[in-house]
Design a protein around this ligand. Structure first.
Ligand code: PLP
Length: 391
C-alpha cells in the first residue's frame, strides 16, 4: 500500500518547505529587496523561526540566517525558573546531547540526544503535543474541544498534559501491542483511554478520525498534522545544530527511529540542506513481525519521509532493541526506551562501515515504560540458560 494516498499534502506548505530548504542551502537571503508580505520567502523565514526583513528595514543586499535570528528561539532559562509548566517544556530546550562511551569506537563517536528530558511524557512527543495544541488554539482561540488521538503512549501523555494546561479533554486510542501500564499513566493524567484491536496502521488512524467526527471532537492526528514536522524543523533541528557547532563536532550522520517520521524527516531536511549530503541519515524500523513501541515499518504509512532524503532504512528485532537498551544502561548508566535501544543497536551494527567523525543518535524516550518487555526478555534469557544447562 502506498502511504502517500492517505495523507493530505498541502501544496502551499510544500512550496514553503522548498523555499526554506533553499534558504538553508544558501545560508541566508541574497536579495532582501524582493521580500514582501505574501511571498513564499516570508513564510519560509517564519517556518525557520527567522525575522522577516521587510523592504524599508533593509540596509544591505545579503543577510545570513544567523543575522535574521535563526537561533534566537533556542533560549533556555539559565537558572531554570519557569512561570508555567508549558514554559518548563520549551524554555528547557535544548535537550542534552551527550557522548556515549558504550557505543563510541576509535574515531567514530556516538552522541545521544536525550529526549526523555522533556517533562510531560519524558519523550520527544512533548514537542509534537505542544505544537499541535498551540496551532489548534491559535486557529480556534475559544475552543473547548475533546482531543482525539491514536498513540503508542508518548503523544497521548503529551496531549493529556497540554489538555490539562489548557483546560481541554483528551480521548486516546492505544493499540493492543502497547504495555498495559500506559492505561494507568494516561488515566492518571486525566485522559480517557480506549484500546484498539490492532497496531498503529493507517486504518487505525482512519478509525480514530471517524470517531472524532462522530463525537464532534478534534483529531489532531500527529501522523498527518504538519505541526509535527514543523516543530522539529524549527526547534529540534536548530538546537541540535547549535549543540553540534558549539561542541565543534564533525557531524557525519544522524540515526533515528521512525513512527510518524516527523523528527527524522525534519532533521534530514535541515541538516542535508545546511551542511550537505555527506550528513548521512539512517532510519530505524522494526523487523517484520516485531513490535517496538513508538516505531513502525515504513510501509505502514508515513507522510514526511517521502519528502526528504534518507540514506538507509535498517531493520531491528525487539530482542536487538532490548540488547541496545542493556548496552547503553550498563555502559553509560542511562536507562533509555526500546526505540532508543533499537537506534543504539543499528549504530553498533553499522559502526565498522562508518567514516570517522561524530554521529547523533536520537533517543526518543526513557526506559521506565517498558518494564514488561524487559522482564519478558530476562525470563526468555533465563529459560534458554536453563535449557542449555540441562542439555
Ligand atoms: N520512539 C518513541 C518511543 C516514540 O514514541 C516515537 C513516536 O511516537 C518515535 C520513536 C518515532 O518518532 P516520530 O513519530 O517522530 O517518527
Amino acid at each position: 500500500m502506498s502511504s502517500c494516498v492517505t495523507f493530505n499534502f498541502d501544496g502551499r506548505f510544500i512550496s514553503v518547505l522548498n523555499v526554506a530548504a533553499g534558504l538553508l542551502r544558501e545560508g541566508g537571503l541574497l536579495s532582501l529587496r524582493r521580500v514582501s508580505e505574501g511571498e513564499l520567502t516570508v513564510e519560509a523565514l517564519k517556518l525557520l523561526g527567522c525575522r522577516v526583513p521587510y523592504l524599508d528595514e533593509v540596509k544591505k543586499e545579503w543577510c545570513s540566517l544567523e543575522e535574521l535570528g535563526l537561533y534566537d528561539d533556542v533560549s533556555p532559562s539559565p537558572l531554570r525558573v519557569f512561570s508555567s509548566t508549558e514554559e518548563l517544556l520549551y524554555r528547557n530546550w535544548p535537550t542534552p546531547l551527550v557522548r556515549l562511551q558504550s557505543l563510541s569506537r576509535s574515531g567514530v563517536a556516538a552522541w545521544a540526544k536525550l529526549e526523555f528530558y522533556n517533562p510531560f511524557s519524558m519523550s520527544v512527543k512533548d514537542r509534537v503535543g505542544w505544537a499541535m495544541v498551540r496551532e489548534f488554539l491559535e486557529r480556534n482561540p475559544s475552543a473547548s474541544a475533546v482531543l482525539y488521538e491514536a498513540t503508542s503512549t508518548n503523544t497521548g501523555m503529551a496531549l493529556a498534559a497540554m489538555a490539562a494546561i489548557k483546560g481541554l479533554k483528551a480521548k486516546l486510542f492505544l493499540p493492543q501491542t502497547i504495555q498495559r501500564a500506559s492505561d494507568v499513566l494516561l488515566s492518571t493524567m486525566g485522559a480517557e483511554v480506549h484500546r484498539v484491536p490492532k497496531s498503529l496502521t493507517v486504518e487505525t488512524i482512519g478509525e480514530v478520525e471517524e470517531l472524532a467526527r462522530r463525537g464532534r471532537g478534534v483529531h489532531l492526528n500527529q501522523f498527518d498534522n504538519d505541526a509535527n514536522f514543523k516543530v522539529h524543523f524549527k526547534y529540534t533541528a536548530k538546537e541540535l545544530d547549535l549543540q553540534v557547532r558549539s561542541a565543534g563536532l564533525r557531524l557525519c550522520g544522524i540515526f533515528s527511529g521512525i513512527g510518524t517520521s516527523g523528527h527524522l524527516s525534519a532533521l534530514s531536511l535541515y541538516f542535508k540542506c545546511r551542511y550537505g549530503d555527506h550528513v548521512g541519515v539512517y532510519a530505524v524500523q522494526p523487523a517484520e513481525g516485531h513490535a517496538i513501541p513508538g516505531i513502525r515499518r515504513l510501509e505502514t504509512g508515513m507522510k514526511w519521509i517521502h519528502l526528504v532524503r534518507v540514506d538507509r532504512i535498517v531493520d531491528v528485532t525487539l530482542e536487538e532493541a532490548v540488547e541496545g537498551v542493556l548496552r547503553v544502561a550498563r555502559g553509560d548508566g542511562i536507562l533509555v526506551g526500546l526505540s532508543s535501544g533499537a537506534v543504539a543497536t543499528v549504530f553498533e551494527k553499522l559502526t565498522s562501515e562508518l567514516e570517522r567523525g561524530d554521529y547523533v543518535l536520537v533517543f526518543p524516550d526513557h526506559g521506565f515504560k517498558y518494564v514488561k518487555q524487559l522482564s519478558k526478555y530476562f525470563k526468555a534469557q533465563a529459560q534458554s540458560a536453563r535449557a542449555a544447562g540441562s542439555e
